[in-house]
Write a protein that binds this ligand. Sequence first.
Ligand code: DTR
Length: 340
Amino acid sequence: MKSKNGKRIAGFLLVMLLCALLLPAMATAGAKKLTYANFPPAPTFPCVQMERWKVEVEKRTNGQVSIDTFPGGTLLGAKGMMDGVIAGQADIGCLSMAYQPGRFVVTNATGLPVGIPNAKVGSMVLLDLYQKYQPEEFAKVKVLAMFTTAPSNIMSQKAVRSLSDLQGLSLRGSGGAAQVLAAWGANPVGMPMPATPEALQKGVVKGLLSSLETLKDFKFAEMCPYVTVTNTAIYPFAVVMNLNSWNALPKDVQKVMDNLVREQSEWTGNYMDNHVTESVKWSKKTHKVEFIELDAKEKSTWDQRLQPLTQKWIAGAKEKGLPADAIIGDIKASIDRYSK
Ligand code: DTR
């Protein structure tokens, strides 16, 4: 009797064990697998948002799709992201549009010094702009999210307290941020973000113009003891999907992803803004980074230097046949609307 019960219990435990081992595999066995490529390291915000999107999609589709994420350029790198996704080397990819200024003319207009106050507003402004103008350069992909960084500030190895401190100083910046640096008399050096820590170490650049969450995520606080508060140009990002991969998805899965476009864009803007606050606090406390505020007179000189940039963009965009004045007008109106 005793041994019969023992056998039953052992049998029961064996079944339970098999279930525990096999169920997760069975749950994803029928799942459609998608690859998602990203260029910077895993702890940085483009990858944090990628992991959040993966979790939400897998949950909301009840495991119908499973997403394999590839941070750190392991599947596609920064500059090859758009073409790699179009070619199907990855199903999904996250790209920084500032790395190809001539390719993403409309969406990169958000990277001009137009006064975007934070990443949440920036992300909503960018998404609205994309949805209204549907630029041709996205015709071969499905857009899954668009978001921006928080405004950029100078992180540097020497203190920058006035425009004269900036003259000829080699700082890393791409797209809109590079133009801002040039207008201030600095020497902008373009390179994807993941190349920047080494360029700083080797002395190729003496600092950078970017959003301040990087103080912590790329440990720039260790290498740049000074931040000059400029709160200027943001960097726009897009998450895009290969059209064949998109078309092959069941309608209800497409619906889940469609419903996430706005939510994910806004979530990322919020995450970025909160993370900037946390990183600034951490940098002051842990690395005693000095934050330099420009006085009103100095600031207005810096701002004046930036005024021609938008006019220059308008002239160039008109030459390409784009409704440039309307685009800038829409960006400014959206900034006002979302800032309320
Ligand atoms: N500096 C811009 C944008 C940027 C800001 N934070 C991160 C983190 C990871 C990659 C890029 C960025 C840029 O290089 O695109």
